[in-house]
Design a protein around this ligand. Structure first.
Ligand code: NDP
Length: 490
């Protein structure tokens, strides 16, 4: 897919790259996948299936089972039965199983990366270098905690809760699975997980990995389906703990659903993060951070730095550099190792992005898109930036979840804080400045679960991640990520 690059911005002409497609011949995607319940693949009671599609080609990759109420009940029962033995195992043995899952993810990394890219549309260099290694690292990290829970919570007796019902989104399918499953198992719980409708395939490979690891049957159960299946998982009366990552709208529904049931709940929801650049920031480094902050994974990132706040004195030079950089991004085949911007995950998401971008134009913001030819098949949206954005504009307030950046300006640090916090969300933020004292001053004042300084979108299993306000509550990652999965007795 040849992409014509814009060269009229005063930038040097970008390099031309020969195609460098990742091989797919080492990957087998089954034409059909069943549910993974009690350690086996079983046919859905519903007998219904739905297709999962490669968003870069619109090709149907596989037909996946759709779990109904009876299926979810079977999965929760299997998890409940397994809980008795799993929670009673010596902790060091549980640790060994979790460690084995990590090693198997590493061994099968190439296969997992290719399937993740085919099913979700993200560039192979991201699934290969970010999603899969981080997923393995999460299992590795929590395997380390499994037999040290008494040290994690000194003078308390941590006990597992029971069956965890976990629902995950389509933007980081395997990584979100790891964030959910690893701490739950390490703490002695069993799980029923529902992957997103558009990206179930790496969860199916993970089910295979559970078999390969000889994980006791029922410790991990995977039920595929749409939102209705998710609601059956989170609503099941025998589920003791609900963990959800997805939209704020569905998060609120789940919060209502579990209210009064005594179930533990963590919600990791949407965001509209501010990436704040001061006039003393190293501009070239900041430009890379801004690009990584919003165009990584086509902007399908809950903590995406989708609002750029630039100090007024440097807005001209910064935008010039940023626009030049956008002209060098390579959009196209996600399986090509040189691709920077892959496919939009689904036609629904593409429509949502297009609708919000149109609203930005209608509201008077100025649109910039580098010239780039979009492939004929599949779902695509070019990297986009808006200037002249009003604080009240929809593109400055609503989560677009696409490769769209809104640029706003500020004059003083106080104004930057005021604008950064002027959102119902509070998941992440970025600060670019050479002054350490200013980084601390800003991070104390910005209402965001994570504040990155002179970098963006950095993840590590030892760091807790989670939101304030409508971005949800509870933390995943780090020691804090164990807390939602244990009861602390004295
Ligand atoms: P959803 O919140 O609808 O989906 C997240 C997960 O929840 C999916 O597995 C989904 O199933 C499931 N689900 C849907 N409805 C329910 C329900 N009532 N009870 C339990 N589970 C349910 O996100 P969408 O995929 O619809 O994306 C919509 C918007 O959400 C995006 O545009 C984006 O703004 C935001 N989003 C934010 C994410 C984040 O990480 N914060 C992640 C994903 C989306 P199914 O896949 O079948 O719909």
């Amino acid at each position: 897919m040849a992409i014509a690059k814009r060269t009229d911005l005063g930038a040097p002409a970008p390099f031309e790259y020969a195609p460098a497609p990742e091989a797919t011949d080492h990957v087998t995607i089954a034409p059909k996948y069943d549910l993974f319940i009690g350690g086996r693949f079983v046919r859905a009671h519903s007998r219904r299936r739905f297709p999962t599609v490669n968003p870069a080609t619109e090709e149907v990759l596989s037909e996946v089972a759709e779990a109904d109420e009876a299926d979810v009940d079977r999965a929760v029962t299997a998890a409940g039965d397994a809980f008795r033995t799993w929670s009673g195992l010596p902790a060091a043995r549980r640790a060994r199983y979790v460690f084995r899952l990590s090693r198997l993810i590493q061994e099968r990394a190439r296969e997992l990366a290719v399937v993740e890219t085919m099913d979700g549309g993200k560039p192979i260099k991201e699934s290969r270098d970010v999603d899969v290694p981080l997923a393995a690292a999460h299992f590795f990290y929590y395997a380390g905690w499994a037999d040290k829970l008494e040290w994690a919570f000194p003078n308390r007796r941590p006990r597992p809760l029971g069956v965890a019902g976990q629902v995950i989104p389509w933007n980081f399918p395997l990584l979100m699975l790891a964030w959910k499953v690893a701490p739950a198992l390490a703490a002695g719980n069993t799980v029923v997980l529902k992957p997103a409708e558009t990206t179930p395939l790496t969860a199916m490979l993970f089910a295979d990995i559970c078999q390969q690891a000889e994980l006791p049957p029922g410790v991990v159960n995977i039920v595929t389906g749409a939102g209705a299946t998710g609601a059956l998982v989170t609503g099941h009366p025998a589920v003791r703990k609900v963990a959800f990552t997805g939209s704020t709208e569905v998060g609120k529904l789940i919060q209502r659903q579990v209210a009064g049931t005594g179930k533990r709940l963590t919600l990791e929801l949407g965001g509209k993060a501010a990436n704040v650049v001061f006039d003393d920031a190293p501009l070239d480094q900041a430009v890379e951070g801004i690009v990584n902050g919003i165009y990584f994974n086509q902007g399908h990132v809950c903590c995406a730095g989708s609002r750029l706040l630039v100090q007024e004195s440097i807005v001209g030079p910064l935008l010039e550099k940023l626009k030049q950089r956008l002209g060098t991004l390579r959009l196209g085949d996600p399986l090509d190792k040189n691709t920077d911007v892959g496919a939009i995950n689904s036609p629904q998401q593409l429509r949502k992005i297009e609708g919000l971008v149109n609203s930005g134009v209608e509201e008077g913001a100025e649109l910039f898109q580098p010239a780039c030819r979009l492939p004929e098949r599949g779902y695509w949206f070019p990297p986009t930036l808006f200037t002249n954005v009003a604080q009240s504009s929809r593109i400055a307030r609503e989560e677009i979840f696409g490769p769209v950046l809104s640029v706003l300006t500020f004059r003083t640090p106080d104004e930057a804080v005021e604008k950064a916090n002027n959102t119902p969300y509070g998941l992440a933020a970025g600060v670019w400045t050479e002054k350490g004292s200013r980084i601390l001053w800003m991070s104390e004042r910005m209402r965001a679960g994570v504040v990155w300084a002179n970098t963006y979108n950095r993840f590590d299993p030892t760091s807790p991640f989670g939101g304030y306000k409508e971005s949800g509550f509870g933390r995943e990652g780090g020691l804090q990520g164990l807390l939602p999965y244990v009861e602390l007795a004295r």
